[in-house]
Design a protein around this ligand. Structure first.
Ligand SMILES: [Zn+2]
Length: 469
């Protein structure tokens, strides 16, 4: 991300703020190439010039100068302000070329020029772009107004909060007008500026809900598209095709399993909707993936069990499980929350996502599910309604049950002492499917419960807390 320039600008602004030199002339601040366009912004309740400047990626000084304001604190709701575009900060967006895209279409969608895209991507011939290619689009679009609020916890620091949300420290300090970012009282609410496109959605799109935002490594992202009329909705996330289902009249949804090892940063969500009259609209959003909080686990296995770490055996079984859990059944069989597969009090011995080292080996994997410690023979229940896709003993996972819940969502139950269902059978949420054991690669009786979305292992706990979709 080309934040160097922006960082310098925001650092300078911050310094000026501290010195109380808010009205000092900002000569030399705006080094971006001037743009001819102007935006008119109508002041909303609660806005300050700082928030407005942040929203459009410009500076307070530039807005003050462009509007001849005598006092930057005296703006009023409904006032129309000229936002000078000469002070916008260049943003580089990674964009995957979609069928039908041309450079003029991309240039107009991202408020830039064909020449700027061609130069940035060293395109010898601008007509030669291909579907699936990733282009870096330089754009001067305003910084969108989308934000979260973080309530400061005891021990939080601004650096840590900035890192956690993947935002720039100085931007965080500036947006919240922090006089001393080193001191954050617990309970203070901080506005977290998030980047992502916010252009008006073209019809037949109505609204778009993306939950959660930002999304952490190992979480399930729910994309819900509301349309004005019945439409055919399709899309990609980071270049991967999404499968949409219709939830109700004019509401369509799709899921993305965010890999626990995905690189934190912005990812592109591209959507397209076509209605019965044949008009096709496209929309692009940026979704920020932030780091999850995972611990490192050191696991020691006895020699007999270590034999099961034979790479070939591990690989063959992994491929088998991936093949079963990779089949896509279009309609969802579940409704509401998933239930924890054990009854009564539960004991989580290993949460999802912990980075793993076996017998002091390198940290090359992570825990793909949740482990529950429980006595041998404890009943295990289906987390949700679905069809039994596999019910058989495996060498690493032990006696295993896999349930297909539709829409690419599967749950797996490993190391069972006994299996109570048969492949092909339909089970309802809460039906008995087996018993806790310690079969396969296991050191003590426990249930390993995992959940996959399109074959990506995600944290099942989210599904027990948040109704999806
Ligand atoms: Zn486990």
């Amino acid at each position: 991300m080309p934040v160097t320039h922006k960082k310098r600008v925001t650092q300078l602004i911050f310094t000026l703020l501290l010195l109380g030199l808010l009205l000092a002339r900002g000569q030399g601040i705006g080094a971006s190439p001037p743009r001819q366009q102007q935006i008119i912004h109508t002041v909303q309740a609660g806005e300050t010039l700082f928030l407005i400047a942040e929203r459009y990626g410009t500076t307070v000084e530039a807005i003050v100068a462009a509007n001849g304001l005598s006092d930057p604190d005296l703006i009023f709701v409904g006032q129309q302000l000229v936002i000078p575009q000469g002070e916008t900060v260049e943003v580089l967006l990674p964009v995957v070329v979609q069928p039908g895209d041309t450079l003029p279409i991309l240039a107009s969608r991202y408020n830039t020029t064909v020449q700027a895209i061609a130069e940035r991507n060293h395109l010898l011939h601008p007509a030669l772009i291909r579907t699936g290619q990733t282009l870096t689009i330089p754009t001067f679009s305003p910084v969108p107004d989308r934000s979260l609020v973080h309530v400061v916890q005891a021990g939080d620091t601004s650096l840590r909060i900035a890192w956690r949300y993947g935002v720039d420290f100085w931007t965080l300090a500036q947006v919240n007008e922090l006089q001393n970012p080193a001191i954050l009282p617990a309970g203070q609410c901080l506005r977290i500026p998030l980047t992502g496109a916010t252009e008006e959605l073209p019809p037949p799109f109505h609204t778009l809900q993306i939950t959660p935002q930002p999304v952490a490594q190992g979480q399930t992202l729910v994309i819900k598209v509301h349309t004005l009329r019945p439409a055919e909705v399709s899309g990609t996330f980071a270049g991967q095709t999404l499968s949409f289902a219709r939830q109700q009249e004019n509401v369509y949804w799709a899921l993305v399993g965010v890999n626990a090892l995905a690189n934190p940063g912005p990812y592109e969500l591209s959507l397209s909707a076509s209605d019965a009259v044949g008009s096709v609209a496209t929309a692009t959003e940026r979704v920020t993936v932030v780091a999850g909080e995972f611990e490192v686990q050191y696991i020691y296995l006895s020699p007999e069990v270590s034999v099961l770490l034979d790479p070939e055996l591990v690989r063959d079984e992994r491929l088998l499980v991936a093949e079963v859990m990779g089949r896509f059944t279009p309609s969802p069989a579940w409704t509401g929350l998933f239930r924890v597969p054990l009854q009564g009090e539960i004991n989580i011995t290993s949460p999802f996502g912990g980075r793993r080292s076996y017998n002091d080996g390198p940290i090359a994997s992570y825990h793909g599910g949740i482990d529950f410690g429980a006595d041998e023979g404890t009943p295990v229940y289906a987390a949700a309604t679905g069809r039994v896709a596999l019910a058989e003993p495996l060498q690493v996972r032990g006696k295993a049950v896999i349930l297909d819940h539709g829409m690419g969502v599967y749950t797996g139950y490993w190391h069972l002492s006994g299996i109570a269902v048969q492949a092909g059978q339909t089970v309802l949420a809460g039906d008995l499917i087996g018993y806790v054991g310690s079969t396969g690669l296991s050191t003590a009786p426990h249930l390993h419960w995992e959940l996959r979305v399109n074959n990506v292992q995600v944290d099942p706990w989210q599904w027990t807390q948040q109704p999806i979709p």
